[in-house]
Design a protein around this ligand. Structure first.
Ligand SMILES: NC(=O)c1ccc[n+]([C@@H]2O[C@H](COP(=O)([O-])OP(=O)(O)OC[C@H]3O[C@@H](n4cnc5c(N)ncnc54)[C@H](O)[C@@H]3O)[C@@H](O)[C@H]2O)c1
Length: 422
């Protein structure tokens, strides 16, 4: 058997892993069900913000190629699965793509292959759902095939931590599976951490994201009453952050977005409820608080307009940065969506500016929103400006000095008569 890595799913997660492995001299095939994605990748056109066309072309030159043909799995000594796990209507992950990938592997895999699931899911998925479909009745885990889970920690837009220098956790269905998964990642990732098993590796990922979700909810709740008590929570957080141990700073914001923080913790609460019959209350409360954050921002905009003797109806509100995090083009689950929908429902003329988003059709809205091309003119024309994402290319000093009424949801501007922090 030749030494070939097949990475199933060539999206935000799968493509960077495939190219990183190709860089180290491995033969890598990217398997994806989307023919248009595969054709673009083979033509040297990247669809992922973090991967430039040049990086992709270097990968192609090093032996990487993409395909829709699952037959490539027969050639693989290692298969890594990075397919989507969106939220199912009942709250857990929709495992359709994971099951589809597992079945494809089960039909083609050769004895001796290492198969690793990276898609985020609830603890137990690898052993209970994924492994049986991969093994079929032909193979035994730990004997003919090795199967492991390794959570993906990629942070899109992060220029400091990428695939190579972000430690990788691995947990196999058997100790031998863990060892093989460790050796595989150690060949192209600096630090590999062994979990006790697949369930612990699955839980580690959900713990990381639940920790973020809950701590963001904590400050999002505190910011509301701090404002009413006339306490500057941002300043209090800066002070607390000087403690060299036992504290990690989280800052308030307009809500949580993206496809991980608002989504993954509910995989865990769904699992606890389905298996044990009781609620994971921390997650439920965090969801409630973070979900309400965009409405709180809308209420603050209404108050600021009121202070300027303006009704919301008919006022022009400019939203700056509508992506879910700064310096990426990804709008999935962005809190800008419910905020825009709420302000428009109150009659505001909502416009937006975002260098990364040429067309914006917020979830929950029937229409696209007006995009401002000239930032300075748009700020000057707005009755209120809301800074939602402080993209690096925004001149925040110019915004603070513009004289516009600004609500800063990121704590990046110095408060003044016209500039308020959340
Ligand atoms: N994007 C992130 O920042 C991030 C971070 C950590 C974890 N994750 C997790 O990683 C997983 C993948 O996420 P992503 O952001 O890369 O998704 P994505 O939507 O960017 O890409 C997934 C790719 O898989 C392909 N695909 C779907 N079903 C397939 C199948 N059965 N066989 C082959 N290809 C298939 C799609 O066509 C798509 O190209 C998810 O579980 C996600 O929760 C994502």
């Amino acid at each position: 058997m030749s030494s070939t890595l097949v990475v199933v799913g060539q999206g935000y997660v799968g493509l960077p892993i495939a190219l990183r492995a190709a860089e180290t001299g491995r033969r890598v095939v990217g398997l994806d069900t989307d023919a248009a994605t595969v054709a673009a990748l083979n033509a040297g056109t990247s669809h992922i913000g973090d991967i430039t066309d040049d990086e992709l072309r270097r990968g192609l030159a090093a032996g990487y190629r993409a395909t829709t043909d699952a037959g490539c799995i027969a050639e693989a000594d290692t298969v890594v699965v990075c397919v989507p796990t969106p939220l199912a209507p009942e709250g857990g992950p929709d495992l359709g793509a994971v099951e589809g990938a597992a079945r494809a592997i089960g039909s083609h895999v050769s004895p001796g292959t290492l198969v690793i699931l990276e898609s985020t899911t609830y603890p137990g998925t690898t052993e209970e759902i994924f492994a049986p479909l991969v093994l079929t009745d032909r193979f035994t885990v730990g004997v003919d095939l090795n199967i492991a889970f390794s959570p993906e920690r990629i942070d899109p837009g992060n220029t400091t931590y990428g695939v190579r220098n972000t430690p990788k956790v691995v947990g196999g269905v058997t100790p031998e599976c863990t060892r093989r998964a460790r050796d595989f990642y150690a060949s192209f990732i600096d630090t590999v951490v062994e979990a006790k098993g697949a369930r612990e590796a699955e839980m580690a990922k959900l713990l990381e994201n639940t920790f973020r979700h809950v701590n963001i909810a904590l400050v999002n709740e505190m910011v509301r009453f701090s404002q009413e008590l006339d306490i500057d929570l941002w300043d209090a957080i800066d002070c607390a952050e000087t403690k060299p141990f036992g504290f990690m700073a989280f800052r308030p914001g307009p809500g949580v977005g993206g496809h991980c923080i608002p989504v993954d913790p509910s995989y865990l609460s769904h699992r606890v409820k389905a298996k044990l019959g009781y609620a994971f209350r921390m997650v439920e409360l965090a969801e409630e608080i973070n979900h309400a954050a965009p409405d709180y921002v809308a209420a603050r905009v209404r108050d600021m307009l009121n202070d300027a003797s303006l009704p919301v109806r008919g006022s022009t509100v400019l939203l700056l940065g509508v992506t879910y995090k700064p310096d990426v083009a990804d709008c999935r689950e962005s809190p800008a969506d419910p905020l825009a929908v709420r302000l428009r429902s109150w009659g505001a003329d909502v416009r937006y500016h975002d260098p990364f988003v040429p067309v914006w059709h917020p979830h929950g809205s029937d229409e696209t929103f007006h995009r401002e091309a000239d930032l300075g003119a748009a700020v000057a024309a707005a009755d209120a400006v809301v800074l939602l994402q402080a993209h690096a290319r925004y001149d925040l000093e110019a915004l603070a000095d513009s004289g516009a009424v600004v609500l800063d949801t990121r704590g990046r501007l110095t408060p003044s008569k016209v500039v308020a922090r959340l």
